[in-house]
Design a protein around this ligand. Sequence first.
Ligand code: CA
Length: 703
Amino acid sequence: MSKQITLLLLLLAVFIPGVAQNEMSTILARISKEVFDETSDAQVTKGILAYKSNMNGDGSWPDIRYDDRSATLWLPAAHLDRIRLFAAGYCNPRSIYAGDETLFRAISNGLQYWCQIRPKSNNWWHNDINTPQHLGQILAMLQFGKKQLPPALQDSVLKIMESARSPSAFTGANKLDIAIHYICRAAVLQDAQLMQTAVDEAFQPISFTTKEGLQNDYSYLQHKEQLQISSYGLVFLIGSYRVAAWLAGTRYAIPKDKHALLDHYFFNTFARTLRGSGIDYNVEGRGISRTNALDKTKIVDNNDVAGLFSHILAVSPEQAGALAAIKARLLQQEPPSYQVTPGHTHFWRGDYTLHLRPGYSFNVRTVSRRTIRTESGNGENMLGTVLPDGSVNLVRRGNEYLNIMPAWEWDKIPGVTARDYDTAVVMKTDWGIYGSTDFTGGVTDSLYGATAYTLHYDSVTAKKSWFFFDDEVVCLGAGICSNAPESITTTINQAWAKGTIVVNENGNSRKLGQSLTAVRPRWVWHDSIAYFFPAPSPIVISNKEQSGNWSQINYSRKGTVSGKVFKLWFDHSKRPADATYAYVVVPGIDISKVPSYNPEQIRILSNTGDLQAVAHRQLKILQAVFYKPGRVTLNDLVVTAAQPCIIQVRNMSSGKTVIHVADPTQKLQTLEVSITSSTVKKDFTVPLPKGPYAGQSVSLAVE
Ligand code: CA
């Protein structure tokens, strides 16, 4: 569209009331179409056959108790469900009931009765959200019916909607839900001012906040500072894109800056936690304990029914290609690697790291005094005591952990160092508690990075770090101490077993049988992933059937899950004092290639409670976690830190050195680092990001 025409349309929209009315009609038509798409012809027919003939003369139903005020299963809600089905039949031009006179009378009588009785629930959600949303959808559809409601009746319905509390009194998803019926009411009333208020409220949560919601690092926190990128973050995406799609192309369309935030959150955060048809178990919050929680094929619309993907397409048509790739991976029409670009993101607000390569995802969830441990609540996630303590989501296909949760040994979460109890520990406090340490964070240049987590939970302490490259992720642990009576273990993985497990010990490779085996391997290979051990350490490998019931982790769920599980862990034995571990994960390697893989390209420069540092020779990257001021040396390169921090040096031996630093404590004002080598000699005093950007990586210019 040319600029002149756009300007002309804008002028017309301002000066000719008809255009504004058309926009209101467009919005109402989209709201109606959504209901038509959600209700199948069969549902409408079934509903009308079941409920039209037994409606009382006054528009009530004999089976509904209208004085019920129950909080959860509130009986009068069924009345509006039925009227909504009737309206879908009457107003949908494709329905066989379209324009049916007797149906119109039933709708009219039903609404009349509701306005007389005005049923109320003891649960505000029904009064402020569910009832007015139903009434709004019914009124929206009736604008397109053969006959219109008598104006007095429509006014009465609008009055009930108006009596709900204002969206300005709420936050997040509740605010959006109330704004939704405000939008319906404004469109029916053709009230531009009310529409603007409703739209401003609806889009208000699409902005950075230091409270619950979208954070400055594009993570999503809810239930205080708790990582909820899927769970509540997905609810935010679904609701925001839904309303944005209703308003697309009108003067009420989502503002450009908010549109950019929303797209960034969907494409660069949420979608990056997916792999194949599955999602990282770390981003589901307590929903990890729900059946099929990790299977995300359900977020793709089938047969173009109104839903998240069609709404995103309506709002962001320029993203059609990227959206199609995500859809193809979710529906497994393309392999999990399809159009996956390499990237590394550390979320300094969420204490979470995403490391993606076309061949795999290796994500780490941690926690600090700034953030909340994964919650239990409503009887969900009852065994997730050590879930956030450096849990690793290592996936190639995307379904490695799908529905394994009831069968998991819950003190052996992948990546976590913890006490090895005989029986699973049940969560004692609902709705999450804060982490207990400050030094948790990550450095990144958006392609490579290193993450550190200081563990202090359940009388176990450890310094844990991860060093992320292309073909390898190096995992280090040091300072592992505990006076607890149980053995302390660090779990390398606990995933569904798939195919053979090969163990190499003393230069000899063998296939592992069913048994539990204690070994000191050089490497272990399973499901196209190799685990190398630079120093021989006592490892236990289990390849046995495990089973459990959903009810053990989620009190409202049932059903047993069982299957063979590959489980691999370090046994630090009882009362370890300053124990360590080190392993290198090589994802996506065929068993035939393992013997020729050269582990020498990884050099572990230090693995102590003061300094954990790794260099990658081929990539010319050095990464160091300084828990205390110190220095790390590699050949002629010396990196010195005057304060605790994480540093990455890239191209360390060439003239194009790039340095990134981050402050995991998020407390320092400045950071002093120096780097000397044959080509570089430089001291830096780095001003660090502040406020909601504290903890973010900073790039240093080395000329
Ligand atoms: Ca155990």
